[in-house]
Ligand binder design. Sequence first.
Ligand SMILES: Cc1cc2nc3c(=O)[nH]c(=O)nc-3n(C[C@H](O)[C@H](O)[C@H](O)COP(=O)(O)OP(=O)(O)OC[C@H]3O[C@@H](n4cnc5c(N)ncnc54)[C@H](O)[C@@H]3O)c2cc1C
Length: 430
Amino acid sequence: MKTAIVWFKTDLRLIDNETLVKAISQNDTIIPVYCFDESHFKMTSYGFKKTGNFRAQFLLESLIDLDKSLRALGSGLIILNGKPEVEIPKIAKQFKAHRVYAKREVAFEERQTEALVQAELWKLSCELLTFSTSTLYHAEDLPFSIKDIPDVFTNFRKKTEKDAVIRDAFNQPTSINSPEIPMLDLPTLSDLGLESVSIDERATIRFKGGESEAVKRLNHYFFETKSISNYKETRNGMVGANYSSKFSAWLALGCVSPRFIHLELKRYESQFGANESTYWLVFELLWRDYFRFMMKKHQNKIFLKSGIQNKDLSINKFDKKALENWINAQTGVDFVDANMIELQLTGFMSNRGRQNVASYFCNDLKLDWRYGASYFEQQLIDYDVCSNWGNWAYLAGVGNDPRGNRYFNIEKQASDYDKNKIFRDLWLKR
Ligand SMILES: Cc1cc2nc3c(=O)[nH]c(=O)nc-3n(C[C@H](O)[C@H](O)[C@H](O)COP(=O)(O)OP(=O)(O)OC[C@H]3O[C@@H](n4cnc5c(N)ncnc54)[C@H](O)[C@@H]3O)c2cc1C
């Protein structure tokens, strides 16, 4: 009898989950686990929590949904709390597992944890098998080796679109053989050192965690409202549920895979037609892929103030007062403040908003961009290490921007994208 642990991390789904599918096909018994890594709930050196209330709530909802789906197939989810390098080997030993299956990591800290877990498992003669499951294009199918991926997005995109193929998504398993798994035992927000959240009624949508909700949102955005057919025209919006897909939070925790979104998009196009808008969603998902591959290529350089460009940013400093004013929407610039209130009260901000408040932070306030990125890390419901730090570095002029410095004229942006002040009034007039 071969027993394997499936270690869920940011891949909280059953559809298109290679890790789970391979574990089932290569073993007799499966033990699905999720570990609340204590380091994810600590303060960072920048003075912010690594995980804030909104994302933690979304995570708890996602785990409840995952457990429910696993139980429907004959299994369930075991929750561990502590350090993965201690807890994963402990459970492997308890169930005499010969292998642990998990998602392959790309970012620095996550890779360190993966290596520690692997080293401890080796001591038990237990193997760690990892799978790349979070991108649209599989890393092995790219027309370049990771070290040769162009540092300019357009060059990456054009060659990838021309020479690479998106793999098929894996089907959801139909049954899982597991021993009896005890009832789901989740920590509360207060166990995690956090507070319960009530989302402001002005929030664009109510993000609820879990694969079922991700599929619901996808159906709503594609098939029910056909909003996807106008995405290119509306994507720079700031008010309302459907100006953009809002898939990001589910993508960040892996409640849905980009490949499944792509598959559904093709199904949509075959029924309702393809246009620039349907293509543009794939274009944006390619940005997401790109930041992942850049993280793999440049590793911890992405987190340095000087970034991958080794640029001298000594002019950009730490200024507590200016940082607090930015966070608390007290900059006096109404477009920036309205966006910061939305982030504070909902855990979400539009892409247009993010670009503006980040540019203002780096170029107008001349602050050290890593503090802004770290605040986003705490606050965003859709925080994703590669997309967040990659976009911040880009805007700070130390990342993958061939233009060097992306300065946003906030006044012009406000009048272009919030001409009638609908967005600003929504958030500033309480
Ligand atoms: C400073 C800054 C920080 C950001 N931090 C994050 C983050 O932590 N997590 C995150 O998912 N996105 C981040 N983004 C990217 C982008 O703002 C969000 O993905 C988007 O606003 C989410 O809304 P949506 O799902 O409706 O996007 P849509 O416009 O519907 O796009 C569809 C999907 O494409 C991907 N995507 C779109 N734009 C980008 C982009 N610029 N970079 C990477 N992927 C993109 C996302 O997965 C998104 O869900 C950041 C952008 C900036 C400028």
